[in-house]
Ligand binder design. Structure first.
Ligand code: HEC
Ligand code: HEC
Length: 291
């Protein structure tokens, strides 16, 4: 009797192992296929500049858009995810130092930001190019002009990026946005200009920085990755709908809401949002309140 139970348990365990291995193999093959896909496109040009006001604008955008968050304050690159289950993801050294992008061309920069691929046309992992592709020509030009001239940093990551088993499974299930390239309309030209004023159009333009987590309707939802809190509703039906502009600005500058809730910058990146100007935050609040 006892032996029989052990035998049955063994069979069940064996079946479970085979099923999990099957799931994993399917995920692995599918994800590797997507990772090695080649994307070809005509690359549109953007205006570059060495003007100090435009470089300063580019420097601020590099903070607002999270370039410095992921690639390091000096843009010299950093290990962005290091988790045996999820994977080891390196955000590239963007400078001209050792381990960096020494012979990167302007077209390579645009290919990365607008299309989410490297110079070989292969997908860039995790980097949210589906947001950067919505930048105006002017703003993208300012970011690239700034990034391409920062001081060289020697920092090498010989190990490169790799995925763990959970990374494969979550990507295959659509729970981890590993390939932003797939969410981009590669034929859409960049928007020429959005006027900087307290308007719905400008607020909507700026809100692309919030979409990845708060969703397109800004009503929030499930956590963006395992271990993160659920994302709050910041449309008119959420708490920010009851705040005045000053309270909204103070929340994003200090990380503390009028209700006294403290936002953890690792979960809600207010350290990036605090770089928005007052005018930008007013436009953003106006837009959020219209939803
Ligand atoms: C959420 C994190 C994140 C943000 C935000 C981010 N990046 Fe990246 N970026 C990455 C990662 C990770 C890679 C490496 C991808 C890979 O190896 O496939 C990368 C790669 C790149 C590359 C490509 C290098 C190559 O190999 O061709 C460029 C250029 C780049 N980033 C520029 C930027 C700029 C400019 C910004 C801001 C507008 C930015 N990144 C914002 C994570 C990020
Ligand atoms: C990386 C994901 C992420 C991004 C990007 C992001 N948020 Fe958040 N946000 C969160 C999470 C998660 C919370 C809930 C945090 C908590 O529960 O402590 C939150 C909370 C907030 C709150 C507090 C709401 C309340 O009810 O107290 C405000 C306001 C907010 N976000 C505004 C923004 C704005 C504006 C942007 C874009 C400029 C933005 N967020 C971008 C993840 C994000």
């Amino acid at each position: 009797m006892f032996r029989k139970i052990i035998k049955i348990a063994g069979i069940i365990l064996g079946v479970i192992v085979v099923v999990i291995a099957g799931f994993f193999t399917k995920a692995y093959i599918s994800v590797e296929g997507r990772r090695n896909k080649h994307y070809a496109m005509d690359v549109q040009q953007v205006p570059m500049s060495t003007d100090s006001a435009i470089l300063a604008h580019g420097a601020r955008l590099a903070k607002v858009k999270g370039c410095t968050e992921c690639h390091g304050a000096d843009l010299g690159g950093k290990v962005f995810i290091d988790d045996p289950a999820l994977g080891h993801i390196v955000a590239t050294n963007l400078t001209k130092g050792n381990g960096g992008l020494s012979d990167y061309t302007k077209t390579d920069w645009i290919r990365a930001l607008k299309h989410g691929v490297n110079r070989e046309g292969k997908p860039l992992l995790i980097m949210p190019s589906e947001e950067f592709t919505l930048l105006t020509e002017q703003d993208m030009g300012a970011i690239i002009s700034y990034c391409a001239q920062v001081a060289p940093v020697d920092r090498e990551f010989p190990e490169g990026s790799s995925l763990g088993p959970l990374g494969y499974l979550l990507t295959d299930l659509g729970k981890l946005s590993l390939f932003p390239v797939e969410k981009i309309d590669h034929n859409r030209p960049l928007v020429k200009e959005v006027k900087a004023e307290v308007s719905l159009a400008y607020g909507k333009y700026l809100s692309t920085s919030c979409q990845g987590c708060h969703r397109e309707n800004m009503k929030g939802g499930d956590p963006i990755a395992p271990g993160f809190p659920p994302v709050m509703d910041i449309s008119s039906s959420g708490r920010p709908g009851k705040w005045n502009d000053d309270q909204f600005i103070a929340t994003l500058r200090t990380g503390t809401t009028p209700e006294g809730h403290t936002l953890n910058p690792a979960e809600m990146p207010w350290t990036m949002a605090k770089e928005f100007t007052d005018l930008e935050l007013k436009a953003l609040h106006l837009y959020l309140n219209s939803l």
